[in-house]
Design a protein. Sequence first.
Length: 254
Amino acid sequence: MAAKVFYRSNLGYKLTLSGERLLPVAEAMETSYIAAATMENENPAISGTVRIGTPDGFGTFFLAPRVQLLTAQHPGLEIELLATARLFSLSKREADIVISLTSPDHGRVVSRRLTDYRLLVYAARSYLESHEPIRRVADFSRHEFIGYIEDMLFTPELNYLSAIGETINPRIRSTNLITQMNATLAGSGLCVLPVFIARAYPDLVPVLPEKASLQRSFFMHIHEDNRKSAHVRATAAFIAGAVTETSLFLELPM
C-alpha cells in the first residue's frame, strides 16, 4: 500500500514521517535534475539577478570563494550575496534564496536541509601558552570567552556558550562571527567556531574537542513563487551541489 507523504494544515502541506524518510532521496534526485537541466550547453539563456541571504560565516567562507564558478557557467547571471547575521524575509522579497540555521515554520516556502556542521571551542596558541591549562569543561569558567550579544541573537541556534557550560559569561561580545574569530586570533580568549572556518587558520587550536563539541545545520529556503524561475533554480542547484561535494562541514579539525 502506498504511504502518505504529506498532510495538509492551515499553513499548507507538511511532510509525514514517511515523507521525512523519503526527503533525502527526493532532494538528491531534484538536485541532479536541476543541475543537468541548467548546464550552460543545454540552457545558455539563464540570466538575471539572484539575491542570496546567508549567515556571515557560510556566505563569507564557503559561498564567496565558489560563486565565480556559477557566474562563469552562466555569463548572464548576477549574484548578490548578503552575508550577514540576521533573518531574511522571503515573503518581503529581501532575498530570493535564504540559507538559515532553522527549518521554516510557515507555508509557501520550499526548503531543504543542506548539511549539518560541527563547532568546537578554539583559542589562539598564544592564549593557551600564557594561561592555565584547560583539562576539563569545568575549567572554561576560569577563562575569558568571546561570544554573541545574547539579546541580539537572531536565532537561538547561535546560543553556543550556554550549550557548552552554564557558567560561561563572555567578556567580549559581537553580533558578527568574523569579528569573534579575529578577536580569538588576537589572543583575547576562547570562542566557539565552526570547524570549516577555523581549520583555515593554523594558529587556532581546538580545546577539548572530544568533550566540547556542538552540531548545527544549514537549511536552504526558496519562496514557492520563485521555485520555477530558471536563474533561481540554477543558483539553488549550484549551492546544493557545492555543499554535497565537500566534506568540510563535518570533518574533524586538522
